[in-house]
Design a binder for this molecule. Structure first.
Ligand code: UTP
Length: 294
């Protein structure tokens, strides 16, 4: 199944929370168990039928692009050793999708990064998937968002309930219910509000189903929170437009891992590794013993 929707994965942020690891490598390349975070996101897109992917890259572009290219000498070496298992794992990332790259010359914010996708995306709807935000493959989200986007011909963004004490780390949404459970109409969005100013504890997480109308708005969106051009500010304008098709939210209740945050990154590795058939049996008893001593 292939869809007429492209995916855009912004990976041009500075990743300052992970310095010095991200000094010469994008945070989206940090390994989560044994795959870079961004490969999970590309796999999520292809599982939803999206096979045209644009990655927005920053100054450390090389190792990210190399990861999705083939490496003949490594593949020959594994082939000669008869190591078919590792060979298949190396080849997986090159066979996933049709991957394109565009540079964001300066990290001026997520909204600015998304604007860099304009020429590639053209007139079609597109999904923006943050390269450091992982959605567990057992809890599908993108399929639901695409279905809502097609049904309502509107922008759809993913929301998740968070502890009110953490809402200042996210965009927060003011919402009204719809007739579909866990689908809400968004009436307002605020980027990283103080807890007392947050319209709800529904946080915007890193999946967006957008229409090209967002580009015209991003072109004139002024820098907002943190001096960056914020995607949330452009979406707020669309949500507040009574003439427009509106902005809807899908409330996600599954497993999500924010690999851009150090504690959440460590948790993600543990959560994914204990469930793996090859690692879990050894890891689980060790983890119990380790936790008992804390
Ligand atoms: P973040 O705010 O999480 O990324 O952006 P950051 O700025 O790299 O992180 P810290 O706070 O310094 O550690 C969310 C997403 O948007 C991308 C990032 O790569 C990440 O996937 N982004 C952000 C860009 O592509 N360009 C930008 O200018 C900013």
């Amino acid at each position: 199944m292939s869809r007429n929707i492209k995916a855009v994965i912004p990976a041009a942020g500075l990743g300052t929370r992970f310095l010095p690891a991200t000094k010469a490598m994008p945070k989206e390349m940090l390994p989560v168990v044994d795959k870079p975070a961004i490969q999970y996101v590309v796999e999520e897109a292809t599982a939803a039928g999206i096979d045209d992917i644009l990655i927005i890259i920053g100054r450390n572009k090389h190792n990210l692009a190399n990861h999705f290219d083939s490496v003949p000498e490594l593949e020959d070496n594994l082939r000669n050793k008869g190591d078919q298992g590792r060979l298949a794992r190396v080849q997986e990332s090159t066979e996933l999708a049709d991957i394109h790259y565009v540079r964001q010359g300066e990290p001026r914010g997520l909204g600015h990064a998304v604007l860099r996708a304009r020429a590639h995306v053209g007139d079609s709807s597109f999904a923006v998937m943050l390269g450091d935000d992982l959605i567990d493959e057992r809890d599908p989200l993108l399929e639901t968002m695409i279905a809502e986007h097609e049904k309502r011909a509107a922008i759809v963004i993913a929301l998740m309930e968070v502890d009110p004490d953490h809402i200042h780390l996210y965009g927060a949404a003011a919402v009204e219910p719809t007739d579909t459970p866990d689908v809400v109409r968004i009436t307002g969005l605020v980027e990283k509000p103080a807890v007392e100013d947050a319209p709800s504890n529904l946080a915007v997480i890193g999946r967006y189903l957008l229409s090209p109308a967002v580009f015209d708005i991003l072109e004139r969106t002024e820098p907002g929170k943190g001096g960056e051009i914020q995607l949330t500010d452009a979406l707020q304008e669309l949500a507040a437009d009574p003439e427009g098709p509106g902005v809807y939210g899908v409330v996600f209740r599954g497993r999500r891992y924010d690999t851009g945050d150090r504690v959440d990154y460590i948790k993600a590795i543990m959560q994914l590794a204990v469930d793996r058939e090859d690692l879990g049996p050894e890891l689980r008893p060790w983890l119990k013993e380790f936790a008992a001593d804390l």
